[in-house]
Write a new protein. Structure first.
Ligand code: PLP
Length: 283
């Protein structure tokens, strides 16, 4: 496959990143994942806006090709013949001597890869996912989309080992987010609840899109803490992310959510999200 690295689309097999890259030595990296549906990137602007924000939050300078990123991502998808899949974009400060505070002299590392995947046929869309709950052991800047993903990898591995699909995290206040998604519940009244944005969770681009679509459809959305009790009693629970899109949660720690099927409100929002994505491909 072809990747983009530091100014050039090139074969992944021969691409080279320095062992002194600060992402490798210190985990200093920022990333984004943006899906491609029928040749269109979904919410690319909000993903790139969050990239800028994450870079700023950890004092990294925007890469020289920042303004060209949308074009580069399109070119890379095209070069790989991908009309359904995703682009993964990572930016790091680049290489420095192995010193915590060394200031990079060279260019930041910018790597983009594109991978084919048929998101619209994912079984989880109709079947939903089962989850377990775990304490959120991550750091307190979860609003920065960093490549320091060891806690998330551990949470997903633990889910698989325990026979469920994914893990949702909680802190002393309530549910923070999923291991790679945001969490919503639907109250019996039909009101959607999701945790307010703060440094405790990532500001999901899909979360924002779903809130807009829900409000456009006349639904009520409240941003407030969801306690663990509330989550377990909710008639409907769903998660959102670029790659999940919007997926029902059918069981939590072995307790069925509602009747264990996709809820009515979740289904309506799934339809609204699919319509939104179709509207992107319209001429
Ligand atoms: N929260 C976490 C921890 C994530 O890793 C992700 C996406 O990977 C999200 C939320 C959802 O964000 P988005 O909808 O922008 O993909």
């Amino acid at each position: 496959s072809l990747i983009y690295l530091n100014g050039e689309i090139q074969p992944a097999e021969s691409a080279r990143i320095s062992p002194f890259d600060r992402a490798f030595l210190f985990g200093e990296g920022i990333y984004e994942v943006c899906i491609i549906i029928n040749g269109q990137f979904v919410d690319m602007d909000s993903h790139l806006a969050r990239l800028d924000r994450s870079l700023g939050a950890c004092g990294m300078t925007p890469p020289p090709e920042r303004a060209q990123l949308p074009q580069i991502m399109h070119d890379l998808a095209h070069a790989n013949g991908i009309t359904n899949g995703f682009a993964y974009l990572q930016v790091t400060p680049g290489a420095t001597p192995r010193s915590f505070t060394a200031v990079p002299q060279g260019r930041p590392t910018v790597m983009i890869l594109a991978q084919a995947q048929d998101f619209l046929s994912a079984p989880s869309l109709s079947r939903g996912i089962t989850v377990q709950l775990q304490p959120d052991i991550r750091w307190l800047h979860r609003d920065i989309k960093t490549t320091m993903l060891l806690p998330q990898v551990m949470a997903k591995r633990s889910a698989l080992a325990n026979g469920v699909d994914d893990t949702l995290f909680f802190d002393e206040l309530g549910i923070t987010e999923g291991s790679s998604s945001n969490v919503f519940i639907v109250e019996a009244s039909g009101t959607l609840i999701t945790r307010p944005l703060s440094h405790h969770l990532l500001a999901g681009c899909t979360r924002a899109r779903i809130i807009t679509l829900a409000q456009d459809a006349g639904m009520k959305v409240e941003e407030r803490i969801i306690t663990r009790d509330e989550l377990l009693r909710a008639p409907e629970v769903f998660v959102t992310s670029a790659t999940y899109m919007i997926v029902p949660v059918t069981s939590i720690d072995g307790h069925a959510v509602g009747d264990g099927q996709t809820g009515e409100v979740t289904k309506r929002l799934q339809d609204a999200y699919l319509d939104f994505m179709r509207s992107l491909s319209a001429p």
